[in-house]
Design a protein around this ligand. Structure first.
Ligand SMILES: NC(=O)c1ccc[n+]([C@@H]2O[C@H](COP(=O)([O-])OP(=O)(O)OC[C@H]3O[C@@H](n4cnc5c(N)ncnc54)[C@H](OP(=O)(O)O)[C@@H]3O)[C@@H](O)[C@H]2O)c1
Length: 292
């Protein structure tokens, strides 16, 4: 029996937890999950997975020494890590060397991509950025503000009709790629298994790519509620950010509005490998059925 490939998965939140069933089922691999507080995750980890305590804000020398013990490092730490945390991680991986590093991002995140392209080969590190678009759950989260179940946009004197507000980032023709975390887990695991050419490149996943107009039509159709459509234009989003420059959510909204975070589904790993994925309509049907 060959020596098992050692995988370090950093983070076991919404994304990391969705990777575990797929990664831990790979033959001849052992998965360790690195989090700050392993005690929180005792029930989550399948029995063939180890939990280790680690903090990616620790000094770099310490982390590089940890990474040396692994063949593959996968980063799935939380939303809102300090700026530069992914760059720090990439540099520590270079110091450890002889590794494969996988990073799921919503988009391409130019600084990290350029660093990986410039430095990884010298350190004998192979890398893959898995661009996932927005998480399916995130697209429908109240705090993201795109599918807003709670606002009552029109003051109504005698009755309050049941409405959903759908907002477009930039305009109704802007598109967004969306992937459910379980499907990101399936795609990432096929990348780890070597089923697709992914060394030293960005690969794409998308359960769906929809315009905000299509999203509003899907919500209208499956929710059976009146949809109020509101455009969040780039000037509007810039003005909101100027009021609160540290608001991470507004910063991300501007990225989705300005640059667009979308790609054609035909160019994705899930399409290439015929992986069955959840689309926006399927997710919305489940979500709104659960709310009835
Ligand atoms: N595309 C999208 O729509 C979207 C949406 C949300 C997030 N994301 C990205 O997806 C990734 C994961 O997000 P998530 O929603 O799964 O995050 P999450 O649910 O907040 O989970 C974060 C995980 O990382 C661990 N963690 C946090 N800080 C850490 C540290 N300093 N050192 C080691 N482990 C740490 C946490 O465990 P402990 O607390 O025990 O350390 C937890 O297991 C992030 O890169 C995030 O930016 C993308």
């Amino acid at each position: 029996m060959p020596t098992p490939i050692q995988i370090l998965l950093i983070g076991a939140g919404e994304l990391g937890a969705a990777f575990l069933p797929h990664l831990s089922a790979l033959p001849n691999t052992h998965v360790s999950v690195g989090v700050r507080t392993p005690a929180k995750y005792q029930d989550l980890a399948p029995s063939n997975v180890s939990l280790i305590a680690m903090d990616i804000t620790s000094p770099s020398t310490q982390l590089s020494q940890t990474f040396v013990e692994y063949d593959i490092v996968i980063s799935a730490t939380g939303f809102g890590q300090s700026p530069g945390s992914v760059t720090k991680l990439a540099k520590e991986v270079f110091t450890a060397g002889h590794l494969r590093s996988l990073m799921p991002f919503f988009g391409e995140q130019a600084e990290v991509r350029n660093l990986l392209r410039a430095e990884a080969e010298k350190s004998n590190v192979k890398w893959t950025i898995v661009s996932t678009g927005i998480f399916m759950s995130f697209l429908f989260e109240q705090f993201w503000g795109i599918v807003d179940h709670k606002s009552n946009p029109v003051p109504v004197l005698c009755s309050s009709p049941d409405r959903v507000v759908v907002r477009a980032l930039r305009d109704w023709e802007q598109k967004v790629s969306v992937t459910d975390v379980a499907d990101i887990g399936k795609v990432l695991t096929r990348v780890v298994a070597g089923d697709v050419e992914a060394d030293n490149r960005i690969v794409y996943a998308a359960g769906d790519t929809v315009s905000y107009r299509e999203l509003s039509e899907i919500v209208e159709c499956v929710a059976g509620k009146e949809v109020k459509r509101v455009e969040w234009t780039i000037p509007h989003l810039e003005a909101e950010l100027a009021k609160n420059p540290d608001d991470l959510i507004n910063k991300y909204r501007l990225v989705f509005a300005r640059d667009g975070v979308w790609w054609d589904k035909k160019g994705t790993v899930n399409h290439q490998l015929s992986i069955h994925t959840m689309n926006v309509e399927m997710y919305a049907r489940e979500l709104f059925a659960a709310q009835k």
